[in-house]
Structure formats: structure tokens, C-alpha cells
Design a protein around this ligand. Structure first.
Ligand code: NAP
Length: 230
């Protein structure tokens, strides 16, 4: 049985990816800070699901999550580094704490997650799905701090790929998605340009079904109602 790790699986895109991978027959290790939500999801999915508290902004939390995952399953085939958050507004009004949190979670959290599982991923010739954003290579006024963390995360993922050719790194770059992101709530109309998290999860299923010698280095997907900006 293949084993997939999903960070930030308590809601939104991560939850949808966890559901999709459970349907595909993966054993799952899911992490986030909201353990009650993870527990509920694990119970609902049934089967081989390990859930554990994870705060990717704390190195020791990532280490513990990785160690317990390996103790439970003995290996990892896929790591979906998805945990992330965004604060928005004019750059000069972005608070120090908010900017630091985005760097800790979106950038350092992704780095910690990938490096914690890298040895195991090499053993299985595994896959990293790094959830960045369509803004990982474009500009977004009033989202400069968030955008900077995603550009940096993109640089990190590409460098991991160069240094580790035996692991495949997929950079997943969604446009706007209807989740809790940025303090919003799900239920936003499709016509406003939001993808559903299940649609993003469908793309992940597609990526993971491809033959092992195919490396999709990045995939940007956006609703047809979102303005095409580059
Ligand atoms: N929604 C969009 O429009 C959009 C577009 C492009 C990219 N993205 C990216 O997609 C990813 C998922 O976002 P989403 O839209 O699904 O947002 P969401 O609904 O707010 O979910 C965010 C997830 O990240 C987790 N998380 C946040 N901080 C964490 C931390 N310190 N440690 C561990 N987990 C943490 C949250 O869990 P807990 O709070 O329980 O820890 C939650 O499960 C993010 O990387 C985001 O940047 C989102």
C-alpha cells in the first residue's frame, strides 16, 4: 500500500487532497494544528489513516510528526506539503508578526516538511507535491508579503529537485480556491473565479497516476472565471 503525507489536512485544499488520496487507496498521515478536525476526518475516511498534531512553524513538531509517521507505516511514497496561510493588504501596512508567520509556515514550514521526509522519499523514489500558488511566479498587489513567500517557496522546491533527481517534485500552483484561506469561508460563488478544493485534488490524483518516469514539474490551474494574469 502506498503511503501519502498531507500537511494542512484539517480543512480546505489539504482536506480535499486527503479525501482524494484515500479514495485512490493510499494509507494516509495527516497533520495540522486542529487535531479535533483531523480526528473527525480520519474517522470518516476509515482505513489506514494516522493523524497527529503538526505545527510546521516549529521544527520539533515537524520532526515528531515525521518520526511517528515512519514508525507507523515504515515508508513514505508521497508528501503533500500544503500547510499555508495568507495575510493581505498594502505592503507598508503588513504587520511584522503577520509577515513572520507567513515566512515560518509557507516557506520554512515547507522546507522543514520536505527535509524531514527526504531520506524516506529517496528510498521509494517518491513524490513531493508542493502547494505554492499561481502567485509563485507573478505579482499580486495587496498580497506582496504572501507572494514573496510563495516565490521563495518555488525557489526552494526547484532547488530540492536539482539536488535530488531521484525524487519528483511537483509544484502545484492553484489560483483562487474556495476555502477558509485569508480568513474567508467556503461557499464563494464559482463565477467570482474560485476553484473548488475538490477540483484541485482531482489534479493531484492525475499527477500521481502518471508513470514513475514522468516529472510534471509544475501545474498552474485556475477557474475559467479568474482573470488570466501572468
Ligand atoms: N485558497 C486559495 O485561494 C489558495 C490559492 C493558492 C494557493 N493556496 C495555498 O493552498 C494551501 C492551503 O490553503 P487553503 O486554501 O486550503 O487554506 P485553508 O482552508 O485556510 O487551510 C489551510 C490549512 O493549513 C493549515 N495550517 C496553517 N498553519 C499551519 C501550521 N502552522 N502548521 C500546520 N498546518 C497549518 C491549516 O490547519 P490548522 O489551522 O488546523 O493548523 C489548514 O489545514 C496554502 O499553502 C495556500 O497558500 C491557496
Amino acid at each position: 500500500m502506498k503511503v501519502a503525507v498531507v500537511t494542512g489536512a484539517s480543512r480546505g485544499i489539504g482536506e480535499a487532497i486527503a479525501r482524494a488520496l484515500a479514495e485512490e487507496g493510499y494509507a494516509l498521515a495527516i497533520g495540522a494544528r486542529s487535531v479535533e478536525r483531523l480526528k473527525k476526518l480520519a474517522e470518516e475516511l476509515g482505513g489506514e489513516v494516522f493523524y497527529h498534531h503538526l505545527d510546521v512553524s516549529r521544527p520539533e513538531s515537524v520532526e515528531e510528526f515525521a518520526n511517528k509517521t515512519i514508525e507507523r507505516f515504515g515508508k513514505v511514497d508521497v508528501v503533500v506539503a500544503n500547510a499555508g496561510l495568507g495575510y493581505f493588504g498594502r505592503l507598508e501596512e503588513l504587520g511584522e508578526e503577520e509577515f513572520h508567520e507567513m515566512i515560518e509556515v509557507n516557506l520554512l514550514g515547507m522546507w522543514r516538511t520536505i527535509k524531514a521526509f527526504l531520506r524516506n522519499l529517496k528510498e521509494t523514489n517518491g513524490v513531493v507535491v508542493a502547494v505554492t500558488s499561481d502567485v509563485s511566479a507573478r505579482l499580486l498587489p495587496y498580497g506582496g508579503g504572501y507572494t514573496a513567500t510563495k516565490w521563495a517557496a518555488r525557489a526552494l522546491v526547484k532547488t530540492f529537485q536539482i539536488e535530488n533527481p531521484d525524487v519528483r517534485f511537483f509544484e502545484l500552483r492553484p489560483g483562487a480556491v474556495d476555502t477558509y484561506f485569508g480568513g474567508s469561508k467556503p461557499g464563494k460563488p464559482k463565477e467570482k473565479g474560485f476553484l473548488k478544493p475538490e477540483e484541485v485534488a482531482e489534479a493531484v490524483k492525475y499527477l500521481l497516476r502518471l508513470p514513475k518516469d514522468v516529472r510534471v514539474e509544475e501545474l498552474m490551474l485556475r477557474s475559467m472565471y479568474q482573470k488570466p494574469e501572468y
